[in-house]
Ligand binder design. Sequence first.
Ligand SMILES: [Zn+2]
Length: 134
Amino acid sequence: MTEKPLPAISAASAPYWEAAANGKLLLQYCAACARYLFYPRSWCPHCYGGALEWRPASGRGAVHTYSVVHAAPCVGFEADAPYVVAVIDLQEGPRMMANIIGCAPETVRVGLPVEVAFEKRGAISLPQFRPVAA
Ligand SMILES: [Zn+2]
């Protein structure tokens, strides 16, 4: 069985991955324009400011859109199919792409409330999302 690929960790994203390893979701926040951003980077995509800080995120959001993958397009994911790839509207504002885990793919809907769930993958913990328990 081929292992799933791991993300490349950069200087800008290292705090994000360190927090994820401890079960915490962090987002960068730009104090200059009072907005959160994702993915991790060295400058704000809204105002181009460089004074970014890391803040704990709620880990909550809702499914903006999604797709059910029935035939894994790359090695390492065959055993997961069918699985859900989704774009999540985080409560803080940014959108984040992740898998929806812990539920049957056919139960996922646009607007479904979700919360972060961390998938161990090798040496890292990958933020994924699962439905919020009713
Ligand atoms: Zn900004």
